[in-house]
Design a protein around this ligand. Structure first.
Ligand code: MRU
Length: 346
């Protein structure tokens, strides 16, 4: 069990571990309003699809507190602006909208002060995410042959979720079961979630791992033969097309070209059956300075333009298995995804 925590509710506020400062500094930021939570999500203090959903859920509880102060019994109307601000903080990870929709469904049943009821709902989302991660870890680890090397991209660990992690949760559990010989960790430009966050989580648990540049994927699969690329997701469309951190698609192509397999690990809160395919997923683009500067230092000529999509979409045809808390969808396509979702809805 990982001791790392990205977010905690304490003394009536949401505390977030500032992930921009890891691994050199562990600094907690206190959010006392929904606006502060929205800013923290936008500015990458907290990141990772499930973690931003959980943060937004606690943000809705904070929004309710302010809405009651501002409007009393009319809090349901007064809260809407804060909910919209939270929803708009980042566009690609569907967990954010999923969590806020789930919180809003509580409103009709609340009589009196909404904050305790919404706080309980946020805690439930948080706890369920941890449970889902452990269930996914068991499903995913079972697919990995003992002694395997694996590649992972971005950070999908305890920092990106309520705890344990999605793809990194599978890797943690598989390592505990003796299935992992070595983990390769993509740096994950430009925010370096792999180098700063995944490496930090793996090092704390003594899991054997080496860092590689994102561009090494094809050569890594050719030379050191990892058996799996194991990644998380920000949104999985109805046909299995999967949005995840930029560079995932490249790594999946490299895996397929060299006979390795691709595993996507994500809770149902990341599935978006209302989006038919990857072409319909909004991919966040962030400022050019994230590419033209590194830690505030220029690494490109002043004023040079950049295209900075921070996610890509891996076509379902490149994915061998999607793991969620309810089981495994092998070789996903629209029909298999729909059949799986029907079976878990029963
Ligand atoms: O920009 P980020 O750091 O929020 O991107 C995170 C990812 O792409 C993760 O792989 C994804 O959210 C899954 S986290 C369990």
């Amino acid at each position: 069990m990982s001791a790392v925590t990205a977010l905690r509710w304490q003394d009536g506020a949401l505390d977030l571990l500032d992930q921009r400062r890891l691994p050199t500094e562990q600094l907690w930021i206190r959010c006392v309003s929904a606006g502060e939570v929205a800013d923290a999500i936008r500015d990458m203090v907290v990141r990772g699809a499930p973690a931003i959903g959980i943060a937004a859920a606690y943000g809705a509880a904070l929004a309710a507190r302010d809405a009651v102060v501002a409007a009393g019994d009319a809090w349901r109307e007064a809260i809407q602006a804060d909910l919209a601000r939270l929803r708009a903080a980042r566009p690609t990870a569907v967990n954010l909208a999923w969590a806020l929709d789930r919180m809003a469904r509580q409103f009709a049943d609340i009589a009196g002060d909404p904050e305790p009821a919404l706080l309980a709902a946020a805690r439930a989302i948080h706890d369920e995410d941890v449970a889902a991660n452990h269930a996914m870890a068991a499903h995913g680890a079972a697919l990995i042959t003992p002694g395997s090397r694996v590649l992972t991209h971005c950070n999908t660990g305890a920092l990106a979720t309520g705890g344990h992690g999605t793809a990194l949760g599978v890797i943690r559990t598989a390592h505990a079961q003796g299935r992992i010989a070595e983990v390769f960790v993509d740096e994950t430009r430009p925010w370096l979630q792999g180098a700063r966050l995944t490496a930090w989580e793996l090092q704390q648990e003594g899991i054997p791992a080496r860092l590689v540049v994102d561009g090494a994927a094809a050569w890594l699969f050719a030379r050191l033969r990892p058996a799996w690329l194991i990644v998380g997701a920000d949104r999985i469309a109805a046909n299995g097309d999967t949005a995840n951190k930029i560079g995932t698609y490249t790594a999946a192509l490299a895996a397929r070209a060299h006979g390795a397999k691709v595993m996507v690990v994500a809770p149902l809160s990341t599935f978006d059956p209302a989006t038919p395919d990857g072409a319909a997923i909004e991919v966040e683009e962030r400022p050019a300075q994230e590419l033209t500067q590194l830690a505030g230092q220029p690494v490109a000529p002043a004023g040079f333009a950049a295209w900075n999509p921070v996610f890509d979409v891996t076509p379902a045809a490149l994915i061998d298995a999607i793991i969620c808390e309810h089981g495994v969808i092998e070789r996903p396509d629209a029909a298999r995804m729909a059949a799986f979702l029907r079976s878990v809805a029963r």
